[in-house]
Design a protein around this ligand. Structure first.
Ligand SMILES: Cc1cc2nc3c(=O)[nH]c(=O)nc-3n(C[C@H](O)[C@H](O)[C@H](O)COP(=O)(O)OP(=O)(O)OC[C@H]3O[C@@H](n4cnc5c(N)ncnc54)[C@H](O)[C@@H]3O)c2cc1C
Length: 265
């Protein structure tokens, strides 16, 4: 099959081309995920739309009450941002622990969200921050809460003519003292997580978002004073881990229980 490769350099062109090709037009940003899937014959896109040169989708901008991250911003730019490290610590920790420096240099936050993997490391921290995902199409712009965006592994509410433009972060009180992101992987430090937890704690309650243990990530809020048994019941109602090549469901469940207990008590 003849393939079409388009290198877009402005947003208007991107929206026009995505509108024209719809489902057939696959966006490639850093390419760290999509190239692997193409090499493994998991996908064979007819039209590849590269957004690598699209400056409008790159960068981190601070506004009065929020921070905007362009979807094409590389993971290492996020890792090296003092603004992110000081105000959105779980996101910094998640990115810091992802893959290798080379991969963080190429991979983008938009690609991590676009993958819609329950193991995507940036996703649980975005739940804690009540992040908004900004989608663009030729028809206009819409904003979706991250809690509404994912519909299952590899599935989102994005229409075929839409692209992820940016991510808006709120809740800028997530510091090294009150929050974090813990990832448990295989021995290889570059590995995708077996289970992970993003958390925030203050005097009244604790918030958790778990990765890799359910098809869709949930945000849960637990008040202080739960017994060991009540805590276990709460956790179990939110996770549905599966067996795969990386771990058994029992192991995943135990990892989450241990992590939450450590943070809660
Ligand atoms: C060796 C290796 C290790 C890895 N380790 C980790 C890890 O530790 N943690 C982790 O979470 N991930 C990991 N990954 C997965 C991947 O690197 C990340 O998900 C990365 O953030 C993807 O970004 P990208 O820009 O390269 O995405 P791409 O490969 O370019 O795209 C990924 C998907 O998102 C879509 N997409 C990209 N940008 C947009 C946009 N603006 N609008 C709409 N759709 C878009 C693409 O169409 C595609 O479906 C790893 C991958 C490899 C190969």
């Amino acid at each position: 099959m003849n393939k079409i490769f388009v290198n877009v350099e402005n947003l208007a062109d991107l929206l026009s081309i995505k509108g024209q090709y719809g489902k057939k037009g696959i966006i490639i940003s850093g390419g760290t995920d999509i190239v692997v899937r193409m090499k493994n014959n998991m996908i064979d896109p007819e039209v590849l739309i590269s957004i690598k040169k699209l400056a409008e989708l790159k960068g981190i901008v601070a506004r009065k009450t929020k921070v905007i991250i362009g979807a094409g911003t590389s993971l290492d730019e996020i890792e090296n941002s003092t603004l992110i490290k000081e105000n959105y610590y779980p996101l910094y920790q998640a990115v810091f622990n992802m893959a290798s420096p080379q991969l963080r240099n190429m991979g983008t936050i938009g690609g991590n969200i676009g993958n819609a993997s329950p193991a995507g490391d940036t996703i649980p921290p975005l739940f804690l921050m009540d992040a908004e995902i900004i989608l663009y199409s030729k028809k206009g712009k819409r904003s979706i809460s991250v809690t509404e965006f994912f519909k299952g592994p590899g599935k989102t509410v994005m229409r075929d003519d839409e692209i992820i433009h940016s991510i808006i972060l709120k809740n800028n009180y997530l510091t090294e003292k009150n929050s974090g992101y813990i990832k448990v992987g295989q021995r290889n430090a570059l590995a995708i997580s077996i289970a992970s937890v993003a958390y925030f704690k203050d005097k009244k309650y604790k918030r958790f978002a778990f990765g890799s243990v359910s098809p869709i990530i949930h945000l849960i809020e637990l008040k202080f004073g739960l017994s060991d048994e009540q805590l276990l019941k709460e956790i179990e109602s939110y996770i549905t881990p599966i067996d795969d090549v990386r771990a058994t469901k029992e192991y995943r469940k135990q990892v989450i229980i241990n992590l939450v207990k450590d943070i809660y008590f």
